[in-house]
Design a protein around this ligand. Structure first.
Ligand code: PLP
Length: 588
């Protein structure tokens, strides 16, 4: 029988201070076990250091239905935390759960002091899961299937809303989310967006596709590490060394959870997307490609996912082929069978185009590539920060992304690889930590991830990325995506009214929050400079997609890109600034 919250408070208050941390272990002992049938990938709570499964039993119907939490973990301390959550939430309705001040409970039990930062993140992940289930229940009360919606939140994938059964219902559920993202509140968490510029205005930042701003919690985390316990990782077993290892490996586990990767060992830290892609080209590609083989990619790729394959093809005597695009900038899937052949050894494709905004159907591409035995590399630089990613469900071989586009630090990125792909990939950087044994004549390698992490890693940045992922998960990636789609719809509608404008790429249903355009008579560079005068920061140029610009027949475009902190006011400011550009140029 689980204790009530009052019983927990009383028992806790009776303990000496030094015994209080052990109380969680005692609570964990009392928690009933979750049956194996409930320990599913779907019930996994991401962001926890240990394995956690959480589900709810809902008795009754409608808004008055009562929730009971059923959860378990392989860690007894976490089981103790679950017992507290269950005591706090069990017997409540969805609305009561959403309104309940769980932080007050944690405060009264001094949890901030008694559990490590990683455990705190995991606890937040569990709370978020309960809140999400409660929200989904409320959405379901409005006539939408709650299971469908729940799955969508956790597992929805690039472009899949077009083809997946129940998609209309999910769209409806999203539209009816009773707790949509509040971008004004989010903006407050980003110090750089709150600063006042010399003009007296605040910056309108529309260049998150290049690099996103960082929330205060990420800045604080990096500072905390530097000031409180910095040391090299995987080196010392003194207090700082252990703490830094916990932070560094904790970040790896969070990333694995975030991507639904099979294990933390499949997550390799890299300096960023570009290096990750080059590592795959050099480490996997050179070992597996031969003359006559084909590499398939697309003309919409960023140079980082184009040039390495072009060079690999030259080095190995392979042929580089392209999947044709439709006139509106989507992959022409009807043409795929003509270019994907038995000779295709590797398919490299972006999850989301950084110029057109096109969201590519990764799951379908992987399925088709499997038919010819090709290995699939996904450039997730733009998709991972904006769309829920599930490497298992999509069956990707490799995925890469950069921390700095995901509200995290620069200098840190991730290469995910299926265990068997990492096994058959050679390291390309050699040195300390990545070795198993070194002899005068020869050396052997550690298993992944160490095999690919020679030398000192960007440790503080990796920990900062873990915090950025916590932030994204707490904010809700599906909600961020929905918010960005709303802004994109608004911006497209407004931009279409501008005389002489050409907007590149598909309609909103197939694109993320990126819009590239040209206005007749105004060079993109001039436009960006005039927007800057109005404190609207947009990018101009070829955006590292020269082959795509050639295909479009233009040398440069202006690009705006959205993130969680952008608002409808930002779109209005953009439109005012474009109007100002017309007025300025009319005076020439
Ligand atoms: N791929 C895409 C789609 C991108 O948008 C970018 C950066 O803009 C990259 C790769 C390269 O990322 P990084 O410069 O972080 O290595």
């Amino acid at each position: 029988m689980l204790l009530t919250l009052d019983e927990i408070f009383n028992e806790f208050a009776d303990l000496d201070r030094q015994d209080q941390p052990l109380y969680l272990l005692e609570l964990g002992d009392e928690l009933p076990e979750l049956p194996d049938s409930a320990r599913t990938a779907e019930n996994r709570v991401h962001g926890c250091q240990s394995q956690v499964w959480l589900t709810t039993d809902i008795q009754g119907a409608g808004e008055s239905a009562i929730f009971t939490i059923a959860a378990d973990s392989d860690s007894n301390i976490v089981r103790g935390l679950i017992a507290i959550l269950a005591a706090a939430y069990n017997g409540k309705t969805a609305r009561e759960i959403l309104e309940y001040d769980i932080d007050a409970v944690f405060h009264r039990l001094n949890l901030q002091q008694h559990i490590t930062p990683q455990r705190r993140n995991g606890l937040r992940g569990m709370v978020d899961r309960v809140l999400t289930l409660a929200r989904m229940h409320l959405v379901a009360c409005n006539g939408v299937d709650s299971q469908d919606s729940g799955r969508d939140t956790d597992r929805n994938r690039v472009g899949s809303h077009v083809t997946r059964p129940g998609a209309a219902k999910i769209e409806q559920a999203r539209a009816e989310d009773p707790f949509p993202l509040n971008p004004d509140a989010i903006r407050q968490q980003f110090p750089v967006l709150c600063r006042v510029l010399p003009s007296g205005s605040r910056p309108i930042f529309l260049d998150s596709g290049a690099s996103a701003q960082k929330p205060q919690c990420v800045i604080d985390k990096e500072r905390e590490v530097e000031e409180q316990y910095y040391a090299n990782a995987h080196r010392g077993t003194y207090q700082f060394g252990l703490r830094i290892d916990e932070g560094f490996e904790g970040a790896r586990s969070k990333i694995a959870g975030f991507l639904n990767a099979p294990s933390a060992d499949t997550i390799i830290f890299t300096p960023g997307t570009t290096i990750g892609l080059n590592m795959i080209a050099a480490g996997w590609g050179r070992r597996h490609l031969q003359p006559g083989d084909e590499i398939l990619t697309t003309v919409m790729e960023h140079h980082a996912n184009f040039v390495p394959w072009q060079q690999l093809a030259r080095q190995c005597g392979a042929t580089l082929k392209l999947i044709p695009l439709t006139p509106d900038g989507r992959l022409d899937m009807e043409q795929l069978d003509f270019v994907l052949t038995r000779r295709t050894r590797l398919l490299a494709v972006t999850g989301m185009s950084n110029m057109l905004g096109t969201i590519n159907p990764i799951r379908e591409l992987v399925r088709r590539a499997r038919g010819v035995g090709a290995c699939v590399v996904v450039d997730g630089a733009q998709s991972v920060p904006h769309l829920p990613t599930d490497v298992l469900a999509d069956d990707m071989d490799f995925l890469v992304f950069s921390g700095h586009k995901l509200y995290g630090p620069t200098g840190i990125g991730v290469l995910y690889g299926k265990p068997e792909r990492l096994e058959e990939m050679d390291p390309v950087i050699f040195g300390g930590h990545m070795i198993s044994e070194v002899h005068i004549e020869n050396s052997s390698w550690s298993a992944a991830p160490a095999k690919f992490e020679a030398g000192t890693m960007p440790i503080v940045q990796a920990i900062g990325l873990g915090t950025a992922i916590d932030w994204v998960q707490q904010t809700g990636l599906s909600r961020i995506h929905k918010h960005e789609q709303d802004l994109t719809t608004l911006a497209m509608e407004r931009l279409k009214t501008v005389p002489g404008i050409t907007i590149y790429g598909p309609g909103v249903a197939d694109r993320g929050g990126i819009i590239s355009f040209r206005i007749d008579g105004i060079h993109p560079e001039d436009l960006a400079a005039i927007l800057d005068q109005k404190d609207v920061f947009a990018r101009h140029g070829h955006h590292c997609t020269m082959p795509l610009h050639d295909w479009l027949g233009v040398s440069a475009t202006t690009r705006i890109s959205f993130a969680a902190y952008n608002t409808a006011d930002d779109v209005r400011a953009l439109m005012d600034a474009i109007q100002f550009a017309f007025e300025r140029l009319a005076k020439r």
